[in-house]
Design a protein. Structure first.
Length: 336
């Protein structure tokens, strides 16, 4: 069976400066040459610092943003595969019921003038699914699935806590029985105890409905809990991707190692054994030459400033680093 989603060489660029006649002279390269696959019932976590292109990638997959180049192949029902890049919005619309999104802020993503009944039933109404009685029955079932009482149907979003609002968002996302849900940091705005409840709910729903998640996150411990595979992004590019167990146990890319080393550990006596990264994620409109990570990389080689690394297959993973390309292994390190 075909994968649910195949993304190849995806680029999302935004014009920054133009000439008097409208010709673009400078681009913001938010996502540049990103490739990954998502299978049914799988959670792929996109991790990285702010500004690395994680959310932009998710929005492009949903065609909320138009890619500049690349391929997004979507096979929602296991039969026909659709190429989303190049489709017009009217052509994409029939496929939107198969792909949904859970936003970071559950309050701003809910209409404050709508009741819970209206919010959860809106996808059914827009897609003309069922009669009013059937829609009402479906809404009640969805709220129950999300862990909310049917007595909340006539309340407005302001009457709920952050965790309850996110449950409403999850119920709305499930209304059309999608195959893929893009989760844009769905628990980052919640308390830690509530985060655990929402993550457990999402894991249960994934198993029950064979859902696939693209899970955007900063918190690596959250990723460790929910992800099956991990893709690490830096400055719009994927630098490492592979099974969660391998990435966490033995990270290959220096950036991945730095991210994992700086993640808080529940051991106050433990020693810090990492080299702190200096600087910030580079401006996507003015990326450094060669490997985009080399100005901050503690293991950078002299060739890293001029040569763009290719994707290398190492231990069942993909890593974009010259340290794993045989012809560059003997290059001297950069003197800082």
């Amino acid at each position: 069976m075909s994968p649910l989603l195949e993304v190849n060489n995806l680029r999302v660029w935004f014009p920054k400066t133009r000439t008097f006649f409208g010709k673009v002279t400078r681009w913001i390269k938010a996502v540049d040459d990103v490739s990954f696959t998502v299978h049914r019932g799988e959670t792929l976590a996109l991790v990285g610092e702010s500004g690395s292109g994680k959310t932009t990638t998710g929005m492009a997959v949903l065609r909320a943003l138009s890619p500049r180049d690349g391929s997004i192949r979507f096979c929602p029902e296991g039969k026909e595969t659709y190429e989303l890049v190049g489709m017009t919005q009217p052509e994409v619309r029939p496929l939107r019921r198969h792909m949904q999104m859970i936003f970071q802020d559950p309050f701003s993503s809910l209409n404050p003038r709508m009741t819970v009944r209206r919010i959860v039933s809106e996808p059914l109404i827009v897609n003309r699914i069922g009669t009013k009685a059937e829609q009402e029955k479906q809404v009640r079932a969805l709220l129950e699935e999300a862990g909310l009482s049917k007595h909340f149907l006539n309340r407005y979003p302001h009457a709920f806590s952050g965790g309850q609002r996110q449950r409403i968002v999850i119920a709305r996302a499930l209304a059309l029985n999608p195959s893929l849900i893009v989760c844009d940091e769905p628990v980052s705005a919640l308390d830690v105890s509530v985060q655990a409840q929402i993550l457990n709910l999402m894991a249960d729903l994934k198993d029950r409905y064979n859902l696939a998640y693209i899970f955007v996150a900063h918190d690596l411990e959250v990723v460790r809990h929910i992800a099956d595979r991990v893709a690490v992004m830096y400055a719009g590019r994927l630098v490492e991707q592979g099974p969660k167990t391998k990435v966490f146990a033995n990270p290959l890319h220096p950036y991945t190692r730095s991210l994992l080393a700086t993640s808080p550990k529940p051991d106050p006596t433990g020693e810090k054994s990492y080299r702190t990264l200096h600087g910030e994620v580079p401006d996507p409109s003015n990326l450094p030459g060669g490997c985009v990570f080399h100005p901050r990389c503690p293991e950078a080689l002299e060739c890293c400033s001029t040569i763009i690394p290719a994707q290398s297959e190492v231990d069942g993973r993909r890593v974009r680093c010259l340290l794993y390309e045989d012809q560059f292994k003997d290059s001297p390190p950069i003197k800082r």
